[in-house]
Design a protein around this ligand. Structure first.
Ligand SMILES: Cc1cc2nc3c(=O)[nH]c(=O)nc-3n(C[C@H](O)[C@H](O)[C@H](O)COP(=O)(O)O)c2cc1C
Length: 379
């Protein structure tokens, strides 16, 4: 058991969840050697391109950990292939009343009903402008009013490498009360003409047949509306009396099987035309590989970071390096060439893999699947 699980996690877990989160954020402000604390090894075979954004590895930090976009540099230096700040709304939001996070340590899960507390787009833009841009970073945005989403997009897009549109928060009433399909279609229409960086749409999870229809319809709307990728998925709505709202979004281990299934179904529904970021219960390299095998292009981690600590990226990247993960990854763009889309969303961070460095074997785009060495090889 590592230092985090033996020492730091018991200390963090002795505090109420939001106090532990504040402590983590205070630590992230310190000038510590985050690269060494994370310790993710570099592996040219794991370099990949996500809608033209060049990543050193396919393990991202999911939205919601850094809601103010203040700590993305330190978080990126832990070794994440990319990090997502937010979710940011046009105006500041206090979020729901506390308590709004509950832990289930035995199930390695959490429930949260944060309700998108954030400092608002102007403050987030100032934080992003102040923070070194040392690796790929995205901003997650959402709002009730389409004009507010556009205004946030205008403010944040120049400061990040891509935007994730959060079309799936279970903890804000406007997410449920509105016609999501019409709202998403309208937003994508408005954004299509203006944007210059990739746009990802984060979808809710689904279990029932009805939910499945709704989510697959949203995925197709995103596809038709010109989105560059999808994130599957956000948290699953559950009841929890410990929260002020009586319920919230479940995250963590319990989502793992659903995530793999949802990635495969969404990929099928969109005919493999869009990269998918798998999110929900990704804790280990085996989890990540299962998602890549199901058709994901990258994975995103939140609750795994809380339970496994900063070494979660190193463990995942090391495990993926040993597995045939490169077969599933979109090749990084060769230096000097443009990204995957004609318009060129490409932005480089350090050297990208040259064609000769790439791991041999079919990529997903060419339809290949390896015969052996699946996630069970890592368990
Ligand atoms: C405390 C907390 C806050 C979150 N806030 C956001 C958010 O602001 N925006 C968002 O898109 N997702 C948010 N999420 C959802 C995560 O990004 C992720 O989709 C979800 O937790 C599933 O991944 P996981 O099992 O790795 O945690 C939040 C999750 C947690 C636990």
């Amino acid at each position: 058991m590592g230092l985090y699980r033996a020492v730091a996690r018991p200390l963090f877990f002795a505090l109420p969840p939001e106090a532990a989160h504040r402590l983590a954020q205070t630590l992230l402000c310190l000038p510590l050697p985050w690269e060494r604390i994370g310790g993710a090894p570099g592996d040219a075979a794991l370099r990949t391109s996500l809608a033209g954004i060049e990543l050193s590895n396919p393990v991202g930090l999911a939205a919601g950990f850094d809601k103010s976009c203040r700590h993305l540099d330190a978080l990126g230096r832990l070794g994440f292939g990319y990090v997502i700040g937010g979710t940011i709304t046009r105006d500041p939001r206090p979020g729901n009343a506390k308590p709004r996070i509950a832990r289930y340590p035995r199930r390695a899960s959490l429930t949260n009903a944060m309700g998108l507390p954030n400092p608002g787009a102007e403050s987030a833009a100032r934080n992003l402008a102040r923070s070194p841009r040392s690796g790929p970073r995205l901003a997650s945005i959402a709002d009730q009013d389409p004009a507010a989403v556009i205004a946030t997009h205008v403010l944040l897009e120049p400061l990040v490498d891509g935007i994730e549109l959060n079309a799936s928060c279970p903890n804000v009433s406007w997410g449920r009360d509105r016609n999501n399909e019409a709202h998403l279609a309208l937003l994508l229409r408005e954004l299509r003409a203006r944007r210059t960086t990739p746009l990802f749409v984060k979808l809710p999870p689904f279990r029932s047949i009805v939910e499945r229809e709704v989510v697959l319809a949203l995925a197709r709307i995103a596809q038709d509306g010109g989105a560059d990728g999808l994130t599957c998925s956000n948290t699953r709505s559950v009841a929890d009396r410990r929260l002020s709202t009586g319920g919230g979004g479940l995250s963590g281990r319990e989502l793992s099987p659903d995530t793999v299934r949802i990635v495969a179904e969404v990929r099928r529904a969109t005919a493999g035309t869009l990269p998918i970021n798998a999110c929900g219960g990704v804790f280990t390299a085996a989890d990540a590989l299962a998602c890549l095998e199901a058709g994901a292009s990258t994975v995103q981690v939140y609750t795994g970071f809380i339970y496994h600590g900063p070494r979660v990226v190193r463990d995942m990247v090391t495990g993926l390096s040993r597995a045939p993960s490169g077969r599933y990854l979109a090749p990084a763009s060769p230096p000097g060439q443009d990204g995957t889309r004609p318009g060129g969303f490409r932005r480089e961070f350090g050297a990208t893999a040259g064609a000769g460095e790439r791991r041999p074997g079919p990529t997903r785009g060419s339809g290949g699947r390896p015969a052996a060495g699946g996630p069970q090889a890592l368990r």
